[in-house]
Design a protein around this ligand. Structure first.
Ligand code: NAP
Length: 489
C-alpha cells in the first residue's frame, strides 16, 4: 500500500477517549452528536429571593449592629467582615454571613467578601475610649454628659484611610472583574473540567493537553498537518450553570505565549458542535501579557467557517471555553504565524472584565473632618474633637482622606457625616447640611435608618453631607432631605 508522505496512523482509541471525556456520542455516518448530561452541579431549586446582598463593615459597632438589623427586617441578605467571629455571632445572630477579616489587611478582602454585592455600608471607626479604660460592655462615654479624656486604640491612618481605601479597591475590582478560571489556585475539579480536543476528531494526529502546574495552566503539545489535520485544542466541559456575563464588557486572558497565533472560543449553547464564537490573538515568545477581547469582537463560526447570519454572542449564557492552535484562520484562510510542531501557551486566568453593575458605597464618616487647620476663627472649629485631632492620631484628617478615596473610586456613593453620636432612642427629625459647619448630636438609631434610606434612594447618590437631630420627633421625609443636597463635583 502507498503511504502519502503527509499521512500518519490515525488513533481511533483517542477519538473515543475525546468523545467520552466530553460525554458525546457520534451518530454513525455523520459527525452530529448528542450531549449526555454529566454529574454537574444543578442550580439550587429553592433559592430564596432577596433584595440583594449588603456587606456591612463595622457590624459589631454601635451604628453597624443597628444597620444589620434594619437590613434584615427589609429583606436584604447581610454579609459582614469581622475581626472576631466568636465575639460577633452572639451580637448579630445566626442569619448574618460572617467572614473573618480586617480592612487593614488587603489579603482578607477576598472574593467571598466582595463578590455579588448590591451595596457596602461601612460603619468602621478606630477605637476611641476613655483614658481610664472601657467598661466590660464597651459602653460609650456620652459626649456632653460625662467627659473623659479619650484615647485612640487603633491607628487612624490604617483604619480610616488605608483600610477604607483597601475596601474600596477590593469592592471595585470585584465588581468590574469576575474571575472565571483562576489557574493560580488550581483545584482537582478545574483540572478535570478541561480536556484535549485535537484534530483526531477529523482523522488527524495532533496531540495536546492542559496541565495545571506552578500556578499556571500549560496548554501544550504537538500540532501536525498529517492526514489533512492541523489543529490542537483544549476545551472545558459545559459549565453548570452557565456563566451569566451580561453585565460585563468582555474576556480578559492573562497569558504567556510562544509567538504563535491562537484562537479563543466561547460557546453560548450546550451543544457539542454548534456555533462557536472565536477570536484570534497573537503571542510573543515568553512575554506575559493580557489579551482583552470585547464580546462584540468575537466572530461567529461553525468549525473554521464564519457564519455571518448568526446572532451576536449572548454573554448571558456561556457554556464553555476552548483554546486552539490551528493551521487555519477562517473560511480557508491560513494562520499567517502557523508552524507545525511543539507549542506551549501558559494561561494564568480567564476573567470577565468591564463589569457595569457597581455596588453602592455608603460611608458613615464624621462631621468636622475638614475642620482641623481650617483657616478662620469659627466657633464650630473649636469643638473638642477638632482640638483633640492630633492627640487622637489625626483621626479626622484620616477620615477625610478615606472619604476622598471613596469619592475618587467611581463607585456610586453616599457619605454621611454625623455630629456627636448618642445611644439615645431615635425617631427624631433630622437636619442635613453641607460645608461642614454644624454642631449637635444624633442618635445611632437614626443614623442606621438614614443608611437604609440612602441605600434605597437614588437621590442620595454621590452626595456628602453632615447630619444632626432637631428637637422634634420624625418621621423623616427622606426624599425631601436628599433633594436639598447638592451632588459633589
Ligand atoms: N462617637 C461619635 O460621637 C462619632 C461622631 C461622628 C462620627 N462617628 C463615626 O461614626 C462611625 C460609627 O461609629 P460607631 O460608634 O458605631 O463605631 P464603633 O461602635 O466604634 O464601631 C466601630 C466598628 O469598626 C470595626 N472596625 C474597626 N477597625 C476595623 C478593621 N480594621 N477592620 C474591620 N472592622 C474594623 C469595629 O470592629 P471590632 O468589633 O472588631 O472592634 C467596630 O465594629 C465611626 O466611623 C465613628 O468614628 C462617631
Amino acid at each position: 500500500m502507498m503511504v502519502s508522505p503527509n499521512s500518519s496512523k490515525w488513533d481511533l482509541g483517542r477519538l473515543f477517549r475525546t468523545l467520552a471525556f466530553f460525554r458525546t456520542i457520534p451518530f454513525l455516518g455523520s459527525f452530529d452528536t448528542i450531549s449526555i448530561p454529566g454529574p454537574q452541579k444543578q442550580p439550587e431549586k429553592t433559592a430564596k429571593r432577596t433584595k440583594g446582598t449588603v456587606l456591612v463593615v463595622g457590624a459589631t459597632g454601635g451604628v453597624g449592629k443597628r444597620v444589620v438589623k434594619l437590613l434584615q427586617q427589609r429583606g436584604y441578605d447581610v454579609r459582614s467582615l469581622v475581626r472576631d467571629l466568636d465575639k460577633t455571632r452572639p451580637i448579630l445572630g445566626p442569619d448574618v454571613q460572617l467572614i473573618d477579616g480586617d480592612i487593614t489587611i488587603p489579603q482578607t478582602l477576598t472574593p467571598p467578601v466582595t463578590n455579588d454585592l448590591k451595596a457596602v455600608i461601612c460603619c468602621i471607626g478606630s477605637r476611641v475610649q476613655p483614658q481610664e479604660g472601657d467598661t466590660p460592655q464597651r459602653e460609650k462615654y456620652y459626649q456632653g454628659i460625662k467627659f473623659y479624656l479619650p484615647e485612640v486604640i487603633d491607628t487612624p491612618e490604617m483604619v480610616e484611610y488605608i483600610g477604607v481605601k483597601n475596601l474600596v479597591t477590593a469592592v471595585t475590582t470585584a465588581a468590574t472583574e469576575k474571575t472565571l478560571c483562576d489557574f493560580t489556585q488550581p483545584t482537582r475539579e478545574m483540572q478535570a473540567n478541561w480536556g484535549a480536543l485535537d484534530d483526531v476528531v477529523m482523522g488527524g494526529v495532533s496531540e495536546s493537553n492542559l496541565r495545571l502546574v506552578n500556578g499556571t495552566a500549560f496548554f501544550s503539545g504537538n500540532v501536525s498537518t498529517a492526514n489533512s489535520g492541523g489543529f490542537a485544542s483544549v476545551r472545558s466541559r459545559n459549565f453548570a450553570p452557565p456563566f451569566n456575563l451580561a453585565d460585563y464588557t468582555g474576556i480578559d486572558l492573562r497569558i504567556k505565549g510562544d509567538g504563535n497565533r491562537y484562537k479563543f472560543f466561547i460557546r453560548t449553547d450546550p451543544k457539542w458542535d454548534g456555533i462557536g464564537y472565536s477570536y484570534s490573538f497573537d503571542t510573543a515568545y515568553n512575554i506575559p501579557f493580557t489579551v482583552r477581547i470585547p464580546f462584540s469582537e468575537f466572530v461567529p463560526v461553525f468549525r473554521a467557517k464564519t457564519v455571518p447570519n448568526a446572532p451576536p454572542l449572548d454573554p448571558s449564557q456561556i457554556y464553555s471555553f476552548q483554546i486552539m492552535l490551528s493551521k487555519f484562520e477562517y473560511d480557508g484562510q491560513l494562520n499567517p504565524n502557523f508552524k507545525p510542531g511543539i507549542f506551549q501557551l501558559q494561561i494564568e486566568s480567564i476573567k470577565a472584565y468591564g463589569g457595569k453593575k457597581l455596588p453602592q458605597f455608603i460611608q458613615v464618616s464624621s462631621a468636622a473632618v475638614t475642620r482641623p487647620g481650617r483657616p478662620g476663627n469659627n466657633p464650630q472649629d473649636q469643638i473638642p474633637i477638632v482640638k483633640l485631632n492630633d492627640q487622637l492620631g489625626g483621626i479626622l484628617t484620616w477620615k477625610l482622606r478615606g472619604e476622598n478615596a471613596i469619592r475618587a473610586s467611581g463607585l456610586p456613593y453616599t457619605i454621611i457625616r454625623p455630629c456627636a453620636l448618642t445611644e439615645e432612642p431615635g425617631g427624631k427629625a433630622l437636619f442635613f447640611d453641607q460645608g461642614d459647619n454644624i454642631t449637635g448630636k444624633v442618635s445611632r438609631e437614626d443614623i442606621a435608618q438614614l443608611c437604609i434610606a440612602a441605600l434605597e434612594s437614588p437621590t442620595a447618590m454621590n452626595r456628602t453631607f453632615e447630619v444632626k437631630e432637631t428637637e422634634y420627633f420624625g418621621p423623616n421625609n427622606w426624599e425631601n432631605l436628599f433633594t436639598q443636597l447638592k451632588p459633589d463635583n
